[in-house]
Design a protein around this ligand. Structure first.
Ligand code: DMJ
Length: 657
C-alpha cells in the first residue's frame, strides 16, 4: 500500500536529530512547555531502556492469526491494548521515556529514497520562496474577496462574486450556519493580516469592521461557527491592537476605544439565548441574531458545536470581568462530560439538549467531536483551571484505549501503523471504516501534549492520502483505500499539524510537506478570483466557494511554517491558536478571575450564605486593556441586556436557583 510505504519511509527519517524537542507556544510550565524530550531519531537502533530492542519487522506485519488490517480488531486483540487494563502510554503531559528512549529506524540502514526525497535540506532561499508563495496565496484570495465580495460574507472565486446567507432556502445549513451577513471573510482574516506584518491593511480592515459590520441581522447562524470564526477573530484582533509590545509592527488603531471588544460582547450577548430553556445546559445549536432561538429549532446538537465555546467565551468574560459567558460555556462542557459512557469514558457525536440522550453514538476524533477535545486542553492552557486538564487527560486516555488501533508504537513492532477509528461510545465496537479530514488536526493536538511520536505517525497517514490525491477527501475509507466523500473545501487541518510538527521537530521533512501542499493548492484549486473548493479530489473539478477558514487558517499556517522569524515564534509572548487559527497570547492575567471582586460584596447570597454582589449593566468594564479601561459601551449600538442578568435568568430557567 502506498501509504504504508510512506510510513516506512517516514520512520527512517532523521527526525529531531538531537533529541531536544520543545514547543514554542501553547503549554504552561506544568505541561512541559520548553520541555526536553528524550526522543532521538536516527538510523541506528539503540537499546530501549526497558528492554532489548526488538527486531524491526517493518510497518506491514500483522498480529498472528488475525485477518484484515489490525484497525479492524477491537482493542485488546493483537497489537492493540486491552481497554482500561494497560493504557498504551502515559497520560498527556507526562513524558514516556520508557517508550521514547530508542532511536527510530532500521538496523544500520542508510538513508533511503524517502530520506532523499522528503527530508533533504531545505535551503533558506527555497523557504523564503515558499513563504512568499503562501503570502501571495493569501493576498490573492483576500484582495479578490475585497474587490468582488465585500461586504458580503464569502467570495465565489470562480464567478468573482460575493455570497451571503441563502435567504431563499433556510434549510441550506451548509451556507446559513456560517454566513451571517456580517462580512465573515474580512472579520475572520484580521489576525492573518497582522501575522503577515501588513499593518496598513490590518488597520484599514479593522476600521472597516468597526464602521460597517453589525450583528443586528435577521440571520440564523450556528452558535459554534459564529463563535470560532467571528467572536474569536474580534478578540484576537483586539488583543493585537492593545498589545503594548506590538510584535507584528504597528498594529495600533488611532483613537481605538475597544470597539472590537464591544462588538465581540454584542455578538456574544446575541448568542446567549442558545443557553436558555435548555434542560441540560447544553446550548441550542442555532440562534437568530435578532430574535433568539427560532421557534421551530432543532433540539439536537453535535458535541463539538456545544462543547467548544469555552476559549472564546472565557477570554471575553475575563476581559470584561463578566462571568456570564464563561459560566454558560463551562456549564455546557460539564453537562456533556457528565453524559459520557460509564464504561468507556467516551462521548457520542450528537446529543439531545433537553433529554441528554445520545442521538449519535459515534465516538471519534473528527466531525462532531474534534474541537471538544481540543478546547479541553486549550482552556486549561489559557485559564489554568485544573478541572479542564483532568477532563482532557481522561478523554485522551479513553481515546487511546478505545479509538486507537494498530501497533502500539509508531516506529516499531508488528501490526498496522496506528490509526484512530470511529467506535460506538458505549461498546467501543467499530462503527465504520472511514476517517474524515477534520481528524487531521489531532497530530497537532498531540504535539501540544508532547505525544510527538504518535503525532508523527498519524500525520504521515494523512499526508500519504494527500500525496495520493493532491488534497484530503472529506472522508477516506481505510479498508477500501478509497475516498468515501470526495470534496475538499480548502481545509487547514493537515497544514496545521504539519506546522506544529515542524515547530516540535524542526525537521525539514515538514517543510517539504508544506511545499507539496502549497503546490497542489496552486495547481488544483486556484481559479480566476481566488481558491476554490475541490468538488472531487480525483477528477479535480471545483465548486464556486472559498470558505473563510482558507484565509484565517490554511494560508496562515502555511505562511508561519516557512516564516522562521515570525514574531509568533520569536517573541517572549506565548501564543496559542484557537480552533479557527486565531492567535491569543497566553498571559498570566487571563488566569485571573476578575469578577471575583463582584461576588464578595453586597447584593444577594451565595450558596454558603455569603453576600453576593450582582453587577449591573453600567458596571461593564474592560479588564487589562491598555486604553480607556472603564468606558461603557455605546448603548445605542449595544443595547441588549448585559452580563449577570443573563446568568441569573438562565439559572432560573434550568431550575438551578
Ligand atoms: C474550522 O472552521 C475550524 O478549524 C473548526 O474547528 C473545524 N474545521 C474548520 C475548518 O476545516
Amino acid at each position: 500500500m502506498q501509504w504504508r510505504a510512506l510510513v516506512l519511509g517516514l520512520v527512517l527519517l532523521r527526525l529531531g536529530l538531537h533529541g531536544v524537542l520543545w514547543l514554542v507556544f501553547g503549554l504552561g510550565p506544568s505541561m512541559g512547555f520548553y520541555q526536553r524530550f528524550p526522543l532521538s531519531f536516527g538510523f541506528q537502533r539503540l537499546r530501549s531502556p526497558d528492554g532489548p530492542a526488538s527486531p524491526t519487522s517493518g510497518p506491514v506485519g500483522r498480529p498472528g492469526g488475525l485477518s484484515g488490517p489490525s484497525w479492524l480488531q477491537p482493542p485488546g486483540t493483537g497489537a492493540a491494548q486491552s481497554p482500561r487494563k494497560a493504557p498504551r502510554r502515559p497520560g498527556p503531559g507526562v513524558c514516556g521515556p520508557a517508550h521514547w528512549g530508542y532511536v527510530l529506524g532500521g538496523r544500520g540502514r542508510g538513508p533511503d529514497e524517502y530520506e532523499k526525497r522528503y527530508s533533504g535540506a531545505f535551503p533558506p532561499q527555497l523557504r523564503a520562496q515558499m513563504r512568499d508563495l503562501a503570502r501571495g496565496m493569501f493576498v490573492f484570495g483576500y484582495d479578490n474577496y475585497m474587490a468582488h465580495a465585500f461586504p458580503q460574507d464569502e467570495l465565489n472565486p470562480i464567478h468573482c462574486r460575493g455570497r451571503g446567507p441563502d435567504r431563499g432556502d433556510p434549510s441550506n445549513l451548509n451556507i446559513n450556519d456560517v454566513l451571517g451577513n456580517y462580512s465573515l471573510t474580512l472579520v475572520d482574516a484580521l489576525d492573518t493580516l497582522a501575522i503577515m506584518g501588513n499593518s496598513s491593511e490590518f488597520q484599514k480592515a479593522v476600521k472597516l469592521v468597526i464602521n460597517t459590520v453589525s450583528f443586528d441581522k435577521d440571520s440564523t447562524v450556528q452558535v459554534f461557527e459564529a463563535t470560532i470564526r467571528v467572536l474569536g477573530s474580534l478578540l484576537s484582533a483586539h488583543r493585537i491592537i492593545t498589545d503594548s509590545k506590538q510584535p507584528f509592527g504597528d498594529m495600533t488603531i488611532k483613537d481605538y476605544d475597544n470597539e472590537l471588544l464591544y462588538m465581540a460582547h454584542d455578538l456574544a450577548v446575541r448568542l446567549l439565548p442558545a443557553f436558555e430553556n435548555t434542560k441540560t445546559g447544553i446550548p441550542y445549536p442555532r440562534v437568530n441574531l435578532k430574535t433568539g432561538v427560532p421557534p421551530d429549532t432543532n433540539n439536537e446538537t453535535c458535541t463539538a458545536g456545544a462543547g467548544s465555546l469555552l476559549v472564546e467565551f472565557g477570554i471575553l468574560s475575563r476581559l470584561l470581568g463578566d462571568s456570564t459567558f464563561e459560566w454558560v460555556a463551562r456549564r455546557a462542557v460539564k453537562a456533556l462530560w457528565n453524559l459520557r459512557s460509564n464504561d468507556t469514558g467516551l462521548l457520542g457525536n450528537v446529543v439531545n439538549i433537553q433529554t441528554g440522550h445520545w442521538v449519535g453514538k459515534q465516538s471519534g476524533l473528527g466531525a462532531g467531536l474534534d474541537s471538544f477535545y481540543e478546547y479541553l486542553l486549550k482552556s486549561y492552557i489559557l485559564f489554568g483551571e485544573k478541572e479542564d486538564l483532568e477532563m482532557f487527560n481522561a478523554a485522551y486516555q479513553s481515546i487511546q484505549n478505545y479509538l486507537r488501533r494498530g501497533r502500539e508504537a509508531c516506529n516499531e513492532g508488528e501490526g498496522d501503523p496506528p490509526l484512530y477509528v470511529n467506535v460506538n461510545m458505549f461498546s467501543g465496537q467499530l462503527m465504520n471504516t472511514w476517517i474524515d479530514s477534520l481528524q487531521a488536526f489531532f497530530p497537532g493536538l498531540q504535539v501540544l501534549i508532547g505525544d510527538v511520536e504518535d503525532a508523527i505517525c498519524l500525520h504521515a497517514f494523512y499526508y500519504a492520502i494527500w500525496k495520493r490525491y493532491g488534497a484530503l477527501p472529506e472522508r477516506y475509507n481505510w479498508q477500501l483505500q478509497a475516498p468515501d466523500v470526495l470534496f475538499y473545501p480548502l481545509r487547514p487541518e493537515l497544514v496545521e499539524s504539519t506546522y506544529l510538527l515542524y515547530q516540535a521537530t524542526k525537521n525539514p521533512f515538514y517543510l517539504h510537506v508544506g511545499m507539496d501542499i502549497l503546490q497542489s493548492l496552486e495547481k488544483y484549486t486556484k481559479v480566476k478570483c481566488g481558491y476554490a473548493t475541490l468538488h472531487h479530489v480525483i477528477d479535480k473539478s471545483t465548486e464556486d466557494r472559498m470558505e473563510s477558514f482558507f484565509l484565517s487558517e490554511t494560508c496562515k499556517y502555511l505562511y508561519l511554517l516557512f516564516d522562521e522569524d515570525n514574531p509568533v515564534h520569536k517573541s517572549g509572548t506565548r501564543y496559542m491558536f484557537t480552533t479557527e487559527g486565531h492567535i491569543v497570547s497566553v498571559d498570566e492575567h487571563l488566569r485571573e478571575l476578575p469578577w471575583k471582586e463582584f461576588f464578595s460584596e453586597e447584593g444577594g447570597q451565595d450558596q454558603g450564605g455569603r453576600s453576593v454582589h450582582r453587577p449591573k449593566p453600567h458596571e461593564l468594564k474592560v479588564i487589562n486593556s491598555s486604553s480607556n479601561c472603564n468606558r461603557v459601551p455605546d448603548e445605542r449600538r449595544y443595547s441588549l441586556p448585559l452580563k449577570s442578568i443573563y446568568m441569573r435568568q438562565i439559572d432560573q430557567m434550568v431550575g438551578l436557583i
